[in-house]
Design a protein around this ligand. Sequence first.
Ligand code: DX5
Ligand code: ZN
Length: 228
Amino acid sequence: MSFRLENIRGQRPVILPSLLLCDFGNLAAEVSRLQDAGINALHLDVMDGHFVPNLSYGMPIVEGLRNLTDMPLDVHLMISNPTSYVQQFVDAGSDLLTVHVEACEDPVSVIKQINESGIASGIALNPATEIDAIDAVLADVDVVLVMSVQAGFGGQSFQPVALEKLRQLAALREANGYSWSLEVDGGINTSTVRDCFQAGADWFVAGSAIFKQECYQAATRNLVELCT
Ligand code: DX5
Ligand code: ZN
């Protein structure tokens, strides 16, 4: 487990800005604005144009951010064949690597590979994927990421099917004594964050709800206050 992640492990609610919509021409300024807004972890959406139809960024942006901040980097891999890229994302400075169960031929071995690399691991599932698809890794991950939109694009509407999944996963965690954090991603805003919190989510990824606002601090505070 990366020492940086200890800051947010076990915390709730944690707001993680998805940097898809940030100003990539001025990453240093964006990071300092986020830090000033009280943000303490970043969510990086890596898309390959294959597992998902959209293409975003890869290792160089992770590495660039690593050089800019000590905030934990939560890297959400929306890529086919993640096992081939794990080491490069570890070397780039990721603190947590989350892979999609739909993208893994053998999720158990991919999670083992991440864990053995010395950073934290997460498993993600799309809205149409049933919870039992991730059963085999629940004892070994640090994070379970429930997608509340189909992975691939920012700015989509929240799919309420995620709420039932969050409830079921929270109950499963309780019943089995698992210690992973429960993260939700997609369409999180002032209308949806509270329901997710009440359904058991700990970490909330927000793209549009932060980057489309004038003031990141007010946007972040609003989301937190709606939970608590
Ligand atoms: C979707 C990504 C999300 C998304 C969040 O594939 O994983 O992180 O960009 O953006 P909003 O909050 O706008 O849905
Ligand atoms: Zn994401």
